[in-house]
Design a protein around this ligand. Structure first.
Ligand code: NI
Ligand code: MN
Length: 226
């Protein structure tokens, strides 16, 4: 399995000939190395309805006949745009052909902001647990720190965790380091920083704050192989 990072919260997983994209915010993401026209995801998984996470989902899914996994409200909205969807919600897990996905809680918003000065309700935001090839990957989505991260880590020993560190909209570096103490993953990768001026952070400082787990700063395009 190949797990790669592509700027902001974009993570790609390649497993058994399938490509999974999480939060494919490509156009407008100045930190990504991806080009939307080159991506051919079989599956897209969304943590919440904010534009910097839904990103290019509709265009990608239509072009590649991708399955989009998202919370019920967001999945329903996308299905109206003739995208193939699988709705889920916080606390629920489902076995797909590429592995198991479980939606976990996240403390954040999830409204989709339209061009017409409207915010459309898109249900609750989520984090993701992915059980693939015997490994457990946690993508926290956008969230503040919450103590039930202890429960998530205890019940599902995590090999690799993607945690937001940008501050302002999500956890900052100190809270994310505390999240890592709660979750006890083998490895942590910081995400959701430096994309916009209010979330400017030094990821190396975050990694220095970690104790008890390995931190890895990934540049766009970097790969972790399992
Ligand atoms: Ni967000
Ligand atoms: Mn975000």
């Amino acid at each position: 399995m190949k797990v790669s990072y592509h700027g902001h919260s974009v993570v790609k997983i390649e497993t058994n000939g399938k490509t999974i994209l999480i939060d494919p915010f490509i156009n407008g993401n100045e930190l990504t190395d991806l080009k939307a026209e080159d991506e051919q995801p079989d599956v897209i998984i969304l943590t919440h309805g904010h534009n910097d996470h839904v990103g290019d989902t509709v265009e990608l899914a239509k072009k590649n006949d991708s399955l989009v996994i998202a919370n019920h409200e967001l999945a329903t909205y996308l299905s109206w745009q003739l995208v193939k969807t699988h709705p889920m919600h916080v606390g629920g897990a489902y076995e797909f052909d590429f592995g198991k996905v479980k939606f976990t809680q996240a403390f954040h918003g999830s409204g989709l902001i339209t061009d017409g000065n409207e915010i459309i309700y898109m249900g609750m935001p989520a984090g993701l647990l992915l059980f693939i090839e015997g490994k457990t990957i946690y993508h926290a989505g956008d969230t503040g720190l919450f103590s039930d991260m202890k429960l998530i880590g205890e019940r599902h020993p995590i090999d690799l965790a993607f945690l937001p560190i940008g501050d302002n909209f999500t956890m900052g570096p100190e809270d994310a380091a505390e999240a890592a103490r709660f979750l006890k993953p083998k490895k942590v990768v910081p995400v959701h920083y430096n994309t916009f001026p209010p979330i400017k952070q030094d990821p190396h400082k975050f990694v220095e704050m970690l104790d008890g787990c390995e931190g890895q700063v990934m540049s766009a395009g970097d790969v972790i192989e399992y």
